[in-house]
Design a protein around this ligand. Structure first.
Ligand code: FAD
Length: 235
């Protein structure tokens, strides 16, 4: 039987409370959201946090909201919500494409977009999706809020720019009026992690000319980096 090392537990009431708890308990404290990546790692003793800061009561981080030219998605938004959102499916078909092949309903009902991005597993599907769509990550800590591009956010395999006392609060995806996107994944069995996957997004001018193209790969690359290549299309 796999049992995690002993740990203390605190349940945050607000984002500020979570930040204060992280600051108080130092780098040995870890946020827990859906727990579908962190708990398996704790059971295998690959992670041994001394404190778990539970953010599941932070409903302020559970939203999908259109705001001007951005779609804002709270970090605690579950995979299931992303999969079932008709607004997201219409704006960014790549999200539904990816969500359909992420694990199974049990994982999708608990796992969050914030946890997926912060885990920074090179086989994590949403990292590629967010990268391809040019998403921005909003991170908050004791000294305030900052915005990171996905390139700045992901530093490598299992490594992000989110500091030990910071919380990823939301992801903002730019809405482009004429655009298309898709995600294709190769998996050994239904619901498995990707052997390899690819996402692509295109933006078009009024006459149908492609003005920007972005391609991202999942679980590909010797150094395990996560990232998309975006190119303005040649005229
Ligand atoms: C059987 C199984 C199959 C899976 N298959 C796939 C798959 O095919 N594709 C795929 O992409 N994923 C897959 N996953 C992973 C799944 O998508 C998880 O939901 C995701 O990896 C982590 O989300 P979570 O909310 O559970 O994060 P947690 O496990 O709670 O946290 C993960 C990490 O992120 C940190 N964290 C979480 N939220 C925040 C935040 N707001 N701010 C700062 N740090 C934060 C935690 O401290 C921890 O380090 C699978 C998982 C399982 C168990």
């Amino acid at each position: 039987m796999q049992i995690p090392a002993p740990f203390e537990y605190a349940r945050a009431d607000t984002v500020d409370d979570a930040i204060a708890l992280l600051a108080r308990h130092g780098p040995e404290a870890r946020i827990i959201a859906g727990g579908h990546s962190l708990l398996p790692m704790m059971k295998l003793r690959l992670a041994r946090p001394e404190w778990l800061i539970d953010i599941n009561d932070l409903f302020e981080l559970d939203f999908v909201l259109r705001d001007g030219d951005r779609l804002r998605i709270g970090a605690l938004t579950r995979h299931t919500t992303l999969l079932e959102s008709t607004e997201i499916a219409a704006l960014f078909p790549i999200v539904a494409d990816a969500e359909r092949v992420i694990a199974d309903p049990v994982v999708r009902n608990r796992g969050t977009i914030g946890g997926s991005l912060c885990q920074a597993d090179p086989a994590e599907d949403l990292a590629t999706v967010c990268d391809v769509l040019g998403a921005e990550a909003i991170v908050r800590g004791p000294s305030g809020e900052r915005m990171l591009t996905m390139t700045e956010f992901h530093r490598g395999a299992y490594e992000t720019a989110v500091a030990a006392d910071e919380v990823l609060c939301e992801v903002r995806i730019p809405i482009r009026s004429r655009s298309g996107s898709a995600y294709e994944k190769v998996e050994r069995r239904v619901g498995d992690w990707a052997v390899a996957a690819a996402g692509a997004a295109l933006s078009f001018a009024e006459d149908g000319t492609i003005v920007e193209a972005s391609v991202g790969l999942t679980a590909v690359g010797l150094d395990g980096t996560v990232g998309a290549v975006t190119e303005p299309a040649p005229r």
